[in-house]
Design a protein around this ligand. Structure first.
Ligand code: 13P
Length: 251
């Protein structure tokens, strides 16, 4: 089955406003003729509106790295899905491992954010992934299974149409230790199996699943060559236009 192919850059808590504009300009300018490939940028939320404006009329989309699930209210420090929509973003990253492990975000919160994102017409990119000790103790697969099940509680199958999943093993994030293509492919198959159980084979077969964790221009080929890896979510290597473009180009 032909699925969307998505190349996403998560800029995390990096870039001044000027650096963000330069980076976005560099990426847009270098896109050239990259076919039907989807490119999504996740700048820090303060820069989102301006990056959205730069990307208008280009094949590049923009998303936020996180948001709260309420529309508005006394939630100091948070941004709402309504604000994200108003800023012109299309995607929202949800449940990134840094949200889960640095800020204690739970599967229940991830679920509420997924539902809120859909409610506001955003496209959630839902992140899952196991810790090193979970993998080493043989629990990697069950952790990822329960993260997927937890993220989609109460979701009707037809709402999966705009969902993207990113598998990011925590031990591979920012460490230079990329999962082998075979390891990533195996977990992507587990994720499809969970989706099949929840929503049936058609949705399982059509949901894009990206890999993230130390993706670089020199390892993209092997990863993207796997049947169930539909693109990548890139951290460090997305902060320089040439390396991000090399990834998009090779993939
Ligand atoms: P790195 O590519 O820096 O390992 O980060 C991956 C990531 O967390 C993307 O969301």
């Amino acid at each position: 089955m032909k699925r969307r192919e998505i190349f996403a850059g998560n800029w995390k808590m990096y870039t001044t406003h000027a650096e963000a504009m330069d980076l976005a300009r560099g990426i847009i300018g270098g896109m050239g003729n990259m076919g039907t490939r989807e490119v999504v940028l996740f700048p820090p939320s303060l820069h989102v509106r301006d990056v959205v404006n730069l990307c208008k009329g280009t094949p590049v989309s923009v998303g936020v790295q996180n948001m709260y699930f309420e529309k508005e209210g006394a939630f100091t420090g948070e941004i709402s899905p309504a604000m994200v929509k108003d800023a012109g973003a299309r995607f929202c990253l949800i449940g990134h491992s840094e949200r889960r492990h640095v800020f204690g975000e739970t599967d229940g919160q991830v679920n509420k954010k997924v539902l809120a994102g859909l409610e506001w017409g955003l496209e959630p990119m839902v992140c899952v992934g196991e810790l090193l000790e979970e993998r080493e103790s043989g629990r990697g697969e069950s952790v990822v299974r329960s993260q997927i099940e937890g993220a989609f509680v109460g979701l009707a199958g037809h709402r999966m149409k705009t969902i993207v999943i990113a598998y990011e093993p925590v031990w591979a994030i920012g460490t230079g230790k990329v999962a082998t293509p075979e390891m990533a492919e195996a977990m992507h198959c587990v994720i499809r199996d969970v989706l099949a159980g929840l929503f049936g084979g058609e949705i399982a077969g059509s949901t894009p699943i990206l890999y993230g964790g130390s993706v670089k221009p020199d390892n993209i080929k092997g990863l993207f060559g796997m049947a169930n890896i539909d693109g990548v979510l890139v951290g460090g290597a997305s902060l320089k236009a040439p390396s991000f473009l090399d990834i998009v180009r090779v993939g």
